[in-house]
Write a new protein. Structure first.
Length: 308
């Protein structure tokens, strides 16, 4: 078996999710190549080469792959896929954008968001917002897979795999990069944070989200939100946790003013310890919480911050 992992990049650097996808590749077994595609991505390639279990890193460094546009990346993967039995990527914004295109170009089924590997052709994946687990078997000769990073412990770094250049340059006439607005934050990235504190509609407005800042600073936490808080315009949508947002599995998840709809739980119920602060003792979030505080958040949050 030979596996190609598409590296996840964040602002041109190797994102933490890649180490988790490599762990999934190890569970399948075989040689594991990592493709780093982008513009000026040598540093990301160097970082990928240190990850344990990597056979070699392939670097496609060209302006056409800048900004991780899905159309050229899909075509590039389709060109390279002939050498492999499996192509894996994180079920991240980029992975979810690129991999369906590869599957379509190769006329195979995509296997999305796997959380376990049963064998080289059989995988487990959540369905119905995580309320059931489907075991799916693929007979395609090429398996195109996205991996839920939080379901696999990332591999360590310590290796030194060889790095080779890929000279395939595809044409992209389908899409053009226009601009991007990046949220700048000194906090840990939501998807990989060990501690997450999230606010919901109960926060009342965006200004009140500042009540979470001091606690997040003290705990080194990322800040998340429910979809209701995002839809109401309290905070940007890259903070959304849940079925249609980010899937997180931190050591500690603190849900503040969040009722606990199943679509929210789908994004955080694998957290090791869940704390909920809600003024309604009947709120469903208390059914999954390890620690529940029935309280008004406007009193509880300042008190929690001062105690911390
Ligand atoms: C297809 C689909 C996909 C979805 N995807 C997502 C998703 O990815 N993520 C997501 O979060 N949702 C998602 N939703 C929406 C989801 O169904 C809920 O509507 C949403 O999660 C509710 O957000 P909330 O808990 O913040 O708001 P509410 O359900 O309105 O809960 C607010 C809570 O705040 C509490 N509260 C109010 N004031 C205070 C106070 N002063 N102190 C303490 N507690 C207080 C209330 O008691 C209440 O429990 C999706 C829905 C659909 C249909």
């Amino acid at each position: 078996m030979s596996i190609l992992v598409l590296a996840d990049l964040h602002e041109g650097q190797l994102a933490g999710a890649t180490a988790h996808v490599i762990a999934a590749a190890q569970a399948i077994g075989g040689d594991i190549d990592v493709l780093v595609a982008g513009e000026n991505v040598q540093a990301a390639a160097d970082a990928a080469a240190t990850l344990d279990g990597v056979t070699k890193v392939r670097v496609a460094d060209n302006a056409v792959y800048a900004h991780q546009l899905a159309e050229p990346l899909g075509k590039l993967l389709a060109e390279l896929a002939g050498d492999y039995t499996h192509v894996l990527a994180a079920a991240s914004t980029t992975g979810k954008n690129v991999m369906p295109r590869l599957a379509a170009l190769k006329d195979v089924a995509q296997i999305s968001d796997i959380i376990a590997v049963e064998s080289a052709d059989t995988f487990a994946r959540p369905i119905y917002a995580g309320n059931a687990i489907a075991t799916v078997k693929s007979d395609d000769t090429l398996k195109v897979i996205t991996v839920r990073p939080s379901a696999f412990d990332g591999v360590e770094s310590g290796g030194s795999a060889p790095i080779e250049a890929v000279d395939v340059v595809v044409e992209n006439t389908q899409s053009t990069f226009v601009s991007e607005e990046l949220a700048k934050s000194d906090r840990p990235e939501l998807g990989g944070a060990k501690v997450v504190i999230s606010g919901g509609r109960g926060m009342g407005n965006g200004e009140n989200f500042k009540l979470l800042d001091g606690i997040a600073d003290k705990l080194g936490a990322a800040i998340g939100a429910s979809r209701a808080a995002v839809d109401a315009g309290f905070v940007p949508n890259d903070m959304q946790v849940g079925q249609t947002g980010k899937i997180v599995a931190p050591d500690l998840y603190i849900a503040v003013g969040i009722s606990g709809a199943i679509q929210h739980l789908a994004g955080m119920k694998d957290a090791k310890v869940i704390v909920a602060i809600n003024k309604d003792e009947e709120a469903p979030i208390f059914q999954v919480a390890d620690y529940g505080l029935v309280a008004d958040l406007f009193e509880a949050l300042p008190e929690l911050e001062s105690k911390l």
